[in-house]
Design a binder for this molecule. Structure first.
Ligand code: KG4
Ligand code: ZN
Length: 330
């Protein structure tokens, strides 16, 4: 059975994982850079790239050691080649190239979004193509028809901010620090989602896309008005965001025939209220619902290794001169 070493370094998590063809995660390590970026309230690309360069090689060694393997036992090396912060992506990709060259194993360059898109299949062996995927992360908010490995049809995207970005900005506004998503979720749990009247951009519109910039500005105004508690603002923001997600996804379900499941992935998929909102929508349509376990939602290397396994099954690999790409639509 194939074993793939996965490497992820496109944002602020340095990660390595070994995944087998039977969906077993043999070992994985994630080094978060939260502490390094916290004073700046967001990810600083230069600091991220340096941290990846320092942490990645020892992390790979630890991952191999934990699985009791050496590089010779691995069938391929998969690394995120984009999209993301280019310095970090280059550290991961160049490391993967060096390991592939030294061990004479194939290199598989993975689109980070494809890692998220296929991640639900790592956790759920019953999930079959085609499925409708809501991919919500720090950089993206998309509805994709996943027809097969390498076959992704984008039905909708955000016309301004990604939802993770809106969570992070709301967190900053409420003084919750960095990273913002989990902190907003915790505060929202203590608030009343019906207290603050916030807009739901594009809800009910005939066009397919998402928009969160207006919601973010409305949160700012609500906060400045000083009438509501921060918990009520957080809860109302989260409810408005979920209403946007479910409305846009409901529209996509209506136009995409023959899907086997509704699937949620990406960092924001770690949010329990977002998960239950989408789960209820799936139930409404008699569709199975699946989302990866929480640690597989936010950036990790197991999803990159798994995408490598999926590509390896089709005999796909990439040349050693493949370039890192800061932008790379799926
Ligand atoms: O997928 P991811 O780890 O990185 C990207 O590829 O962007 O997503 C990170 C994003 C951040 O914006 C973070 O605030 C958000 O996911 N996030 C959450 C939660 N956990 C992470 N947003 C809402 N609720 C959460 N529990
Ligand atoms: Zn991601």
């Amino acid at each position: 059975m194939e074993i793939v070493l996965g490497i992820e370094s496109s944002c602020d998590e340095t990660a390595a994982a070994l995944v087998a063809g039977n969906r077993r995660i043999l070992a994985q390590r994630i080094a978060s850079q939260d502490e390094a970026h916290r004073p700046y309230g967001g990810v600083v690309p230069e600091i991220a790239a340096r941290a990846h360069a320092e942490r990645l090689t020892p992390l790979i060694e630890e991952t191999l050691a934990e699985a009791g393997l050496v590089l010779a036992n691995v069938d391929a090396i998969a690394a995120t080649a984009g999209p993301g912060l280019i310095g970090g992506v280059m550290v991961g990709l160049v490391t993967a190239k060096a390991l592939a060259m030294a061990s004479d194993k194939p290199l598989i360059a993975i689109n980070h979004l494809e890692g998220h898109a296929l991640s639900p299949r790592l956790a759920d062996n019953t999930l079959d193509f085609p499925y409708l995927l809501l991919l919500v992360s720090g950089g993206h908010c998309q509805l994709l028809l996943v027809e097969g490995v390498g076959r992704y049809r984008r039905l909708a995207t955000t016309i301004d901010d990604a939802l993770g970005e809106a969570y992070d900005k709301t967190a900053k506004l409420l003084g919750l620090g960095y990273p913002g998503g989990p902190a907003v979720e915790r505060l929202a749990a203590k608030g009343d989602p019906s207290k603050v009247d916030l807009p739901r951009p594009l809800v009910g519109s005939a066009e397919p896309h998402f928009s969160f910039a207006g919601l973010k500005s409305a949160v700012l105004r609500a906060r400045e008005a000083g009438v509501h508690t921060d918990a009520d603002v957080a809860a109302s923001f989260q409810q408005a965001a979920i209403d946007c997600l479910t409305d846009r996804t409901r529209r996509a379900i209506a136009v995409s025939g023959g899907i086997t499941a509704l699937v949620l992935a990406g960092g924001v998929a770690a949010n329990r209220s977002v998960r239950s909102g989408l789960e209820a929508l799936a139930a409404e349509h008699g569709l199975p619902f699946t989302a990866p376990p929480l640690p597989l939602c936010t950036d990790n290397a197991a999803m990159i290794a798994w995408a490598g396994i999926e590509r390896l099954a089709f005999g796909q690999s990439d040349p050693l001169d493949i370039a890192a790409r800061p932008r790379w639509p799926l």
